[in-house]
Design a protein around this ligand. Structure first.
Ligand code: ITT
Length: 198
């Protein structure tokens, strides 16, 4: 079936397409619905923001909609950038500037204290039913410089423990095995088979 993901982030969109394909689903995102305005992310948690995005778009389209709210939490920065990951460096969404800000803030943090993790909350909004969420994480460390060119966002400065490489050095299919997004989606697989059967 066709699954709608309430995201305007092209990097997320590509990953969802890749992950849903083997499950037999096609993905549409807000990049396919340019008339739908940005939803204000006024929540205080990944879950809260994912619910806001999923419900807003589900109401507009009267369809089942999944939203992804995600980000990077760095221990030495008390969990920042966290829910502010997309705009950490300022008003504009700018991956390079965001990474530069993190590298700068992490400059004096020793190797032993560079632990971080990606979070992904997925919200499923179903017309007439209660919205629910699942959550996935991916553990790693903040590198001292950018490495690799795959992926998006903070991938070049994130050393992925599970793979022993920078996230941006992983081929897309490798990232889709171990990412926070993949770990969250795995928890939805059975539900999706039921929700979108036929
Ligand atoms: P939508 O709300 O339209 O989905 P967004 O980019 O604004 O797009 P978020 O508010 O969830 O989405 O912010 C997520 C940010 O966290 C994203 O912009 C990246 O900077 C970072 N991020 C999330 N997942 C990531 C990943 O797999 N790799 C690298 N960075 C990631």
């Amino acid at each position: 079936a066709e699954i709608i993901i309430a995201t305007k982030n092209a990097g997320k969109a590509k990953e969802f397409e890749r992950m849903f394909k083997p499950l037999g689903h096609k993905v549409k995102t807000l990049l396919d619905f340019p008339e739908i305005a940005d939803v204000e992310e006024t929540g205080t948690t990944f879950e809260g923001n994912a619910i806001l995005k999923a419900e807003a778009v589900s109401q507009l389209l009267d369809r089942i909609v999944i939203a992804d709210d995600s980000g990077l939490a760095i221990d030495a920065l008390e969990g920042r950038p966290g829910i502010y990951s997309a705009r950490y460096s300022g008003a504009e969404k700018n991956d390079e500037a965001n990474m530069d800000k993190v590298l700068n803030e992490m400059q004096d943090v020793p190797d032993a204290k560079r632990q971080a993790r990606f979070h992904c909350a997925l919200a499923v909004a179903i017309p007439g039913e209660q919205t629910y969420t699942v959550h996935g994480i991916c553990e790693g460390e903040i590198l001292r410089e950018k490495q690799g060119s795959y992926g998006f966002g903070y991938d070049p400065i994130f050393f992925c423990t599970a793979k022993g490489k920078a996230m941006a050095e992983l081929e897309p299919e490798e990232k889709s095995q171990i990412s926070h997004r993949a770990n969250a989606l795995r928890k939805l697989e059975e539900d999706l088979a039921t929700l979108f059967s036929g």
